[in-house]
Write a protein of this length. Structure first.
Length: 192
């Protein structure tokens, strides 16, 4: 009888050790699967961000004036007369805006709601007379033309002060700037 109870205890003990070991193994497997899943999601997010930045850079490079470089900033965008030299005439801008309004099916009576804007602003080295570099943007809103122009002026100041490289400013204005910079009025050059 004594032998039987000892044997019973050992088998109960062995069973609980086995169950414990199985639980431990299943816990390790579950953690491994979670870890791999997190790694996979992280890698997918990184790949998406990389592809987005490549496509944004490709788009951005097409809209950038090659004559504006980091080396000649003082003769180009940092020169107070540069904008007057290269900006298309008011009449041609007004004509292009009318054309864009018609293409988008926007009534000309609502023209004042929209700004004629450059996707890569001339102040940051955008090509002034490239048709693909112009667009309509609503004046108001989080991604509105007023906010974009404010950010453009801040970026130009930072580039001309030598605190931000020209390319970084161009990437910033071409990207999702409205989501990244919710508080434009408190920006400094360190934020870029």
């Amino acid at each position: 009888m004594k032998f039987c109870s000892i044997r019973l205890r050992i088998s109960v003990y062995n069973c609980s050790v086995r169950q414990c070991a199985l639980r431990q193994v299943s816990r390790v497997r579950r953690d491994l699967v979670k870890s791999r899943l997190k790694t996979g999601i992280t890698l997918a997010a990184m790949a998406l961000a990389l592809l987005t930045s490549f496509s944004a850079n490709a788009e951005e490079n097409r809209l950038i004036d090659r004559h504006v470089t980091q080396l000649n900033l003082n003769q180009t965008i940092c020169d107070a007369r540069y904008l007057d030299k290269v900006t298309p005439s008011f009449d041609s801008q007004a004509q292009r805006k009318e054309q864009l309004l018609k293409e988008r099916g926007i009534d000309s009576r609502n023209a004042t709601v929209y700004a004629f804007e450059f996707r890569v602003p001339i102040l940051l080295g955008g090509i002034p007379d490239l048709v693909d570099n112009v667009d309509l943007r609503r004046w108001d809103g989080a991604a509105g033309a007023r906010r974009k122009r404010r950010l453009t002026v801040v970026l130009r100041h930072c580039v001309c002060a030598g605190k931000v490289p020209l390319h970084r400013a161009q990437v910033t204005i071409s990207g999702d700037w409205s989501a990244r910079f919710a508080h434009l009025w408190s920006l400094s050059c360190r934020d870029f």
